[in-house]
Design a protein around this ligand. Structure first.
Ligand SMILES: [Zn+2]
Length: 294
């Protein structure tokens, strides 16, 4: 497979592109008249830089924002010379996920990525044929730039505003696409919400984030691990799940990232009928008891 084909590009809306690959996470590219802005860089196994420049052209200046510092959103930063806008509450997490040891682990995961996204059993190797392992493992971009609530990006015809949306991580942010009234939320709101790791907040803060997002009265929601544009009304389901989750009836979360956490997959008011969901109307929250403070 040629490197440039690693990322599949779709145009969500005029001048708003989604880049997707077997990595299983979307990066969103906004191309204004003056500047472009890339929200998240995935694992960065493929040549994301070339894919982005293929859309924007070489001359347009680019800004890079990370919705949060998880490995599947920030590991491709090393391909870019630009600074990285990231909320300071995720800087310590960023330091952890960018170590050579962690990046070596990413590569191992890339070689045996579960096929469950395609509804199949087993694992497959999602690294490109010409993958440069050493360059990846030792690749870094430490030029972090702080962002905070209310910061704005004016790309020329596209204006984006930062909203702090903690929960999934303490420094999670979302971007409002002002012209369309859309919210690009990364993992901050999700039908399969991971809220058990040390970088996650307590449940009450996630609930506060969901209520804050509802109060913005926006039109649509775009999240990183789901390809379709969602109606904002899905937040009612997410909120119901958060307010009424039943930890006692939860199912132990046995994925490798959950090791040592005693996390459970929880549904509102009952035992979950599945281990994973992509249905926005049937959300699940993976959480450990210590995070439940309501
Ligand atoms: Zn995440």
């Amino acid at each position: 497979m040629a490197m440039r084909e690693y990322y599949k590009v779709t145009e969500l809306e005029k001048n708003v592109f989604r880049l997707y690959s077997d990595e299983g996470v979307h990066s969103d590219l906004f191309v204004g008249q003056d500047k472009a802005l890339l929200l998240d860089t995935g694992y960065g196994f493929g040549d994301l830089h070339a894919a982005v420049k293929g859309i924007t052209g070489n001359s347009k200046s680019l800004m890079i924002v990370n919705s949060h510092a998880h490995i599947d959103h920030a590991s491709g930063n090393f391909q870019f010379d630009e600074g990285i806008f990231l909320h300071p509450k995720d800087w310590e997490l960023y330091e952890r996920i960018t170590s050579a040891e962690k990046r070596r682990y990413n590569v191992e995961q890339g070689r045996r990525t579960p096929k469950f996204q395609d509804g199949e059993e087993g694992v497959h190797n999602i690294l490109p044929q010409d993958f440069d392992e050493e360059r990846y493992i030792y690749g870094r971009n430490d030029r972090l730039i702080p962002v905070k609530e209310g910061d704005t990006f004016d790309l020329g015809g596209i204006n984006l505003t930062v909203v702090e949306t903690p929960g999934h991580t303490k420094g999670s942010i979302s971007l409002i696409y002002e012209q369309k009234k859309w919210l690009f939320a990364g993992d901050a709101m999700n039908m399969f919400m991971l809220l058990f790791e040390e970088e996650s907040t307590n449940l009450s803060e996630y609930i506060h984030t969901l209520k804050k997002a509802e109060a913005l009265r926006l039109e649509k929601l775009v999240i990183s691990h789901y390809s379709k544009i969602l109606d904002m009304s899905v937040l009612d389901y997410f909120l119901d799940c958060a307010l009424n989750l039943d930890y006692d009836q939860g199912i132990p979360f046995e994925a490798s990232i959950g090791r040592g956490y005693n996390a459970r997959i929880c549904a509102p008011g009952k035992k979950p009928d599945c281990f994973y969901t992509t249905n926005p109307e049937k959300p699940l929250i993976v959480i450990c008891k210590e995070k439940i403070d309501i």
